[in-house]
Ligand binder design. Structure first.
Ligand code: URP
Ligand code: ZN
Ligand code: ZN
Ligand code: ZN
Length: 491
C-alpha cells in the first residue's frame, strides 16, 4: 500500500485510549491506526518518527474572537483571521470556532454570517467555523436560525452583560426556545450586567480607577447569580446551554449540581482561570491591564485549584482560550488610549476585556502536568468537536473518519524547557499575560488535513495562508433536551 504520511513510534492519545500505535494518512484523512510495527510493508511519501512522543488529535479551540468591532470596551480586536489562525496553528490548534457578531442595531444574522465569511475567506491557516453572536434576537433573527443550521452553524452565543450585547431574560427565553427547535447549542456569557454597572459606579464615586478595580467591579456573586439564572432558564425550556469562561468555584458547583440532575448543562473554562489570580491584575501602573478579562482572574490559587478539579471531574466539558486580542500600546504613536491627564493609570472601565491565548492554550495546560492525558485531549479537542457538531471529523484519530489533524509532542522530558516570551508568539498582540511562565511542552509537529503545517525545529510555520477551510457543522453529539417534540407551556 501507498500512503501520503506515516507516523511511527508514537504514543497515540485520544479521549478514550492511550496506546503504542502507528498512524497512516492518505488524502487528508486518517486511514490506519495499528499496533506499533504492524503497518507492514508499506511505502509512504513521508515518514515521521514520533520518537516516543504523544500523538494527539489537533486542538479545537471553540472560543476565539477575531476581527471584531469594539464590543467589550474600547478598541477592535488586534488579530484578524490571518494573524489569529497563524498563532493558532503555531500552538497546535488546527480548528477554531470564532464569533460572527451581530450588533444590537442589526436585524439579521445572515448578513453577519456573510460578512464574517468574507473576513475569513482565503486567509486562514486553520480550519474554522463560526458561532453566531446574537446581539438582537428580533423576530427576523429568530426566524433565521433554521437557515443557519442549513449553512452549517449549530451554535450561538448570548450575553447577560455588556451594554452593547446584554439580553434580558425574556429575550434569552426567545433564543433558547428557537435554539431548541433547531437543535442549536446556546453559549451563555453568565455575568449580571446590572451588578457590574452598579459596582463600577461605586468605584467611580470613590475615584478608584486602576486596572485592578476591574476585578472588584466583577464580583464572583455576579457570575454565580447569572450562572444559576442561565441554568434555570435552560431547564425551563429544556435545551442545552454551555456556560462560557467559568472562573468561580461556586458557579462551577451550580453547574455540577445541574449536571448531576441530568440536565444538558455544559461548561467551559480557560487557561486564564487556571494560571492567573488577582495578583496578576494588581500590578504597578497600567501593567495589570494585560490581565483584564471578564470574568476577571479570581482571588487566589485555591480558586485556580478548584477550576483544575472541575476539569478533572468532568464539570467542565471544554477548555478554550477565549483569545480576545487587544494591544497594550494600542495607539499609533506608541501610547495607550486608556491613559490621559484625567486617568493617569487609566480607567478600568475603558480597558477592552480579553486576553490573547490561542497559541499557548495547549502547551501551558499540558505542561502543567495536572490533567490525565485522555482528559487533556477530551477537553481541548474531542469534546469541543462533539459539542459543536464537528465529531468525528475533528477531535479524534479514527480510521476512515477523522481528518489527519495531528499534534506530535516531544517525548516526556526531552524538550529543553524555556521561559515564554511574547516575541516567540505569532499573534499581532504586543504582550502575553503568561510572559515568563516555564514552557515544558510544545508541539514538535502539527498536521492539518495531512499537511505538515508546523515543524518546530525545521522552519517552524510551514502552513500556507488560505489552506484552512470553513467546516460545516452538524448537530451536537452530546446529550440534548430530556424531552422530545415541541416545548409546551407548563399549564
Ligand atoms: O474578557 C473577555 N472574555 N473578553 C472577550 C469577550 C467575551 O465575553 O468572551
Ligand atoms: Zn464572554
Ligand atoms: Zn467576556
Ligand atoms: Zn470570549
Amino acid at each position: 500500500t501507498n500512503y501520503d504520511i506515516i507516523i511511527l513510534n508514537g504514543i497515540v492519545v485520544t479521549d478514550t485510549q492511550v496506546g503504542d500505535l502507528d498512524v497512516a494518512i492518505k488524502n487528508e484523512k486518517i486511514v490506519k491506526v495499528v499496533p506499533r510495527g504492524k503497518l507492514g510493508d508499506v511505502t509512504a511519501a513521508k515518514t515521521i518518527d514520533a520518537d516516543g512522543g504523544y500523538v494527539m488529535p489537533g486542538g479545537v479551540d471553540a472560543h476565539v474572537h477575531l476581527d471584531e468591532p469594539p464590543l467589550f470596551g474600547k478598541g477592535s480586536t488586534a488579530d484578524n483571521y490571518e494573524t489569529g489562525s497563524r498563532s493558532a496553528i503555531c500552538g497546535g490548534t488546527t480548528t477554531m470556532v470564532t464569533f460572527a457578531p451581530q450588533k444590537k442595531s442589526e436585524d439579521t444574522l445572515l448578513d453577519t454570517l456573510r460578512a464574517t465569511h468574507a473576513k475569513a475567506k482565503d486567509i486562514c491557516y486553520t480550519d474554522y467555523s463560526f458561532h453566531l453572536l446574537v446581539g438582537n434576537p428580533s423576530g427576523n433573527a429568530l426566524s433565521e436560525f433554521k437557515t443557519l443550521r442549513e449553512e452549517g452553524i449549530s451554535s450561538l452565543k448570548i450575553y447577560m452583560t455588556y451594554e452593547a450585547l446584554q439580553l434580558h431574560d425574556g429575550q434569552i427565553l426567545d433564543v433558547l426556545l428557537e435554539a431548541r427547535r433547531q437543535k442549536i447549542t446556546t453559549m451563555v456569557h453568565a455575568e449580571n450586567g446590572q451588578v457590574i454597572d452598579w459596582m463600577t459606579a461605586q468605584l467611580e464615586k470613590r475615584k478608584l480607577f486602576a486596572p485592578k478595580y476591574h476585578g472588584t467591579s466583577h464580583p464572583p456573586m455576579a457570575e454565580i447569580e447569572a450562572t444559576y439564572r442561565a441554568i434555570s432558564l435552560s431547564e425551563f425550556i429544556d435545551t442545552p446551554i454551555l456556560i462560557v469562561h467559568v472562573s468561580t468555584p461556586a458557579a462551577a458547583a451550580h453547574i455540577k449540581q445541574a449536571q448531576d440532575r441530568g440536565l444538558p448543562i455544559y461548561a467551559e473554562t480557560c487557561p486564564q482561570y487556571l494560571f492567573l489570580t488577582k495578583k496578576d491584575l494588581d500590578q504597578p501602573g497600567f501593567e495589570g491591564a494585560k490581565c483584564v478579562c471578564s470574568p476577571p482572574p479570581r482571588e487566589s490559587e485555591a480558586d485556580c485549584d478548584a477550576i483544575w478539579d472541575g476539569l478533572a471531574n468532568g464539570t467542565f466539558t471544554i477548555l478554550s482560550s477565549d483569545h480576545c486580542p487587544f494591544r497594550y500600546d494600542d495607539n499609533a504613536n506608541g501610547k495607550k488610549t486608556c491613559i490621559n491627564d484625567e486617568f493617569p493609570v487609566g480607567h478600568f472601565k475603558y480597558i477592552p476585556n480579553g486576553c490573547p491565548g490561542i497559541e499557548t492554550r495547549l502547551s501551558l495546560t499540558l505542561g502543567a502536568d495536572r490533567l490525565d492525558l485522555k482528559k487533556f485531549v477530551e477537553v481541548t479537542s474531542s469534546n469541543p468537536a462533539k459539542l459543536y457538531g464537528l465529531w468525528p471529523r475533528k477531535g479524534g484519530i479514527i480510521e476512515g473518519e477523522s481528518d489527519a489533524d495531528i499534534n506530535i509532542w516531544y517525548p516526556p522530558g526531552k524538550m529543553q524547557e524555556y521561559e515564554l516570551k511574547n516575541e516567540m508568539l505569532h499573534h499581532n498582540v504586543d504582550y502575553t499575560p503568561f510572559e515568563g511562565r516555564v514552557v515544558k511542552q510544545w508541539p514538535r509537529y502539527t498536521l492539518l488535513r495531512g499537511q505538515v503545517v508546523w515543524d518546530k525545529e525545521n522552519g517552524g510555520l510551514l502552513g500556507r495562508k488560505g489552506y484552512g477551510q470553513f467546516v460545516k457543522r452538524g448537530t451536537s453529539a452530546l446529550k440534548g433536551p430530556r424531552t422530545e417534540g415541541e416545548w409546551e407551556l407548563p399549564l
